[in-house]
Design a binder for this molecule. Structure first.
Ligand code: UDP
Ligand code: MG
Length: 330
């Protein structure tokens, strides 16, 4: 059973669009973010809500978010009890969102909110998932672009359900997709993979991703490596099969080499060969064994996390703001 938070009872009245925004120390972004979102929400005829998820910020994000009063649309603010990471914050948002269409948006304005009406019109055409593909990655180093490219290649090679490259978390999902994702019980939540798993009718739109508006990225290479490992190990056991094949090939080669050494000694009477060749074989084999062991450890660690069945996140506080003339709990 997926973890259902006690605040689920808010989910009664129907809303057309939910915009989920995970936030970690984004206090300086809030004003410009809300200003841009308000302009968009005003231009929409549909009912909309913004779901802010404060992922354990240590700055004034929570106070600022609670002080927001929208002229159009509602606002749900969810404070997690500590920093659980973006994947958990997005899961919290997805469980709380009430909209028939749900859009995931970063707080740093890298994903332009001006594209929301276009995404909604694609959803109205009957698509369940509107993927937003980055035409180019502005403001990112060549190493980040290169490592992202390698990751998507590797991910799509090892995994059964394909993760489109350069499609981030910015996307629109129908209620059906959101409900399927909420029903997934796993604790290792590589969201880019989970978003793709349900399938349904998909359309991809191209957009230019802006550089971060203010502040610095919350990801470092160690965190990104962890996310990549989560993605690969939770969507495929091909790496384990690869380790088996490496073992089989190495064992066969050593048998062949052993046979050759024995026959050479028997037929030509050669004495002990050199020390370097023994060391090379020895180190090579030890390396492959350690790699395979590490790989098994990666999977075992994830099984360990799954069997503990801990909740994905804990909610400390929820604040719900509606337009001034509406009752928050009808
Ligand atoms: N974020 C979060 N929890 C974290 C790290 C990031 O909720 O532990 C949020 C962050 O506030 C932002 C979004 O995830 O709204 C994307 O983060 P960031 O811009 O740092 O990532 P990047 O765009 O560099 O991938
Ligand atoms: Mg960003």
């Amino acid at each position: 059973m997926p973890y259902l938070s006690p605040h689920r009872s808010l989910q009664t009245n129907e809303i057309c669009l939910s915009i989920i925004i995970p936030m970690f120390n984004e206090a300086e972004m809030i004003e410009s973010l809300v200003a841009r979102l308000e302009t968009i929400l005003c231009s929409l005829a549909d009912t909309a809500e913004i779901v802010f998820v404060d992922d354990g910020s240590t700055d004034t994000t929570w106070d600022k978010v609670c002080g927001i009063s929208l002229t159009h649309g509602e606002c749900q603010c969810i404070k997690l009890s500590r920093n659980f990471g973006k994947e958990a914050a997005m899961s919290a948002g997805l469980e709380q969102a009430r909209g028939l269409a749900v859009i995931m948006l970063d707080a740093d304005l890298q994903d332009p909110p001006e594209l929301i009406p276009q995404m909604l019109s694609v959803w109205r055409e009957g698509y369940d998932m509107v993927n937003m593909k980055r035409r180019q990655r502005l403001g990112e180093t060549w190493f980040k672009r290169f490592s992202a490219k390698c990751f998507y290649r590797l991910m799509n090679w090892v995994s059964d359900s394909s993760v489109p490259d350069n499609v981030g978390d910015f996307r629109l999902m129908s209620r059906q997709v959101v409900d399927s994702i909420n029903a997934m019980p796993e604790r290792n939540r590589f969201m880019k993979g989970l978003f793709c798993w349900p399938g349904f009718k998909q359309k991809t739109l191209l957009f230019d991703r802006d550089p971060r508006f203010v502040g610095k990225t919350k990801w470092n290479y160690a965190k990104l490596f962890g996310l990549a490992m989560d993605g690969i190990t939770s969507f495929s056991f091909k790496p384990l099969r690869l380790a088996t094949w490496c073992g089989v090939i190495t064992a066969l080669s050593s048998f062949a080499y052993g046979g050759w050494v024995i026959s050479k000694t028997l037929f030509f009477g050669e004495t002990v060969a050199g020390y370097p060749s023994i060391m090379v074989v020895q180190l090579g084999l030890a390396g492959i064994q350690l790699l395979a062991l590490g790989l098994i450890g990666e999977y075992l660690g994830r099984v360990f996390v799954e069997v503990k069945q801990r909740p994905l996140y804990l909610i400390e506080e929820v604040s719900h703001q509606v337009q001034k003339n509406q009752d928050p709990f009808p």
